[in-house]
Design a protein around this ligand. Sequence first.
Ligand code: HEM
Length: 409
Amino acid sequence: MTKVQQSPQDILRYAQSAEGKRDPHLAYDALREAAPIWRDEDTGFIYVSSYAACDQILRSRSFGAAGLLQQEPRFDRSPSLQFLADTLSNIDPPHHTRLRSGIQKSFSVPVLKRSEALLAEVVAERVEALRDRTDFDVLGDYALTIPNTVICELLGVPRDDHVRFAGWLADQFRLLGPVPPSDELLDEVDVSTASLLDYMGALIEERRRDPRADIISELIAAQRDAEEPMSVREMTVTTSVLLAGGSDTTKTAIVIGTRLLLENPDQLADYLADPAAARPAFEEVLRLGGSVVLGNLRRAVEDVDLQGHRIAAGEIVVPVIAAANVDPAKFPDPLWFNIRRSPNPHIAFGGGVHVCVGNMMARMVGPVAISALVAAYPDMRMLDDGRDVDTGLPALRGMNSLRVTKKAG
Ligand code: HEM
């Protein structure tokens, strides 16, 4: 996008067009420059794209996430909207605190440690499968099922069900974002939500009878001592959403991370020379290529002073995470992919009480998956431009493929 003078409305349209979505961080960068806090007259939503204002929204109790989906005219008839309304992202404290602390405990460091071995195994297997290939797709042939496999194993979903389970959860994402879903789409997702809830309910009952070393079993055990135990519905929704929240986002981060390294040979050389670079590099991948472009909608629960702008109680704000993460007021030379950037206080995982519950897992899976691939095939070259595609969702980035070759150029 050329930086000509455009109205915020034009920039938003561009950012949400197929072309703008090919690099959403760049497109929303222009919105922040034009108007860091701006009301879209078509929807009434206030797009907030400076780092300082986004950070304030994420951390402030003056903005709440609950009650928005209930305003959807189709809410009472839609199991999917009701499901989403019950997820962590769409509830506020103290309800949120109770469910979140339950899941956080069972999604703990010891559980993650157990999954490290599994991750190493899965990644090694995927890398080996590419050994005899000259060309391959980093998404479809490599990253696609890595996060999904790890999360399903952590949850205790049997291997034969991984693909089915992932499909139901991917469907939930199709409803997210400031644009309401069509009736057709909602009907489709309602069917898969019902299957998901039945499946997860049955799995929870099974683990109650026969506990294993997985998140669901730990969550059930923790309820025995809880002051206010989680209901089966609460457990079902809260565990299901882990996969929904973690699979696509982490897969996309692996692919975008690989792309950023291949596009920046000097950074790749530095990365390959020093295994300790993998973790800070992944933070930089998240900052410049984080999968969540727009944070969840929030409503002001009272009048708020947002970095000098008055937001009235009841108004709805959209944190534009992609723009905040390239705000020059916070990040020097923000469009430079610098794997040594320090400090790197990006908000790719959000912030405050709703900060991504899976961030530790993503931070474990991402660097391991990227490092294993680029270390095994350091001479990979991109065969397509690897840009994002239109996911159909304003809130999320996504790619169809990242085709590469190992053949010398
Ligand atoms: C690179 C990968 C990931 C990115 C970029 C990401 C990003 C985010 C962001 C930005 C939020 C907060 C949105 C807001 O408050 O507006 C969030 C919340 C959440 N994420 Fe992630 N996420 C990732 C991986 C994961 C994983 C691996 C899981 C689970 C295994 C997960 C589960 C969740 C859940 C359940 C929430 C809601 C938390 C709450 O509201 O309390 N995410 N994520």
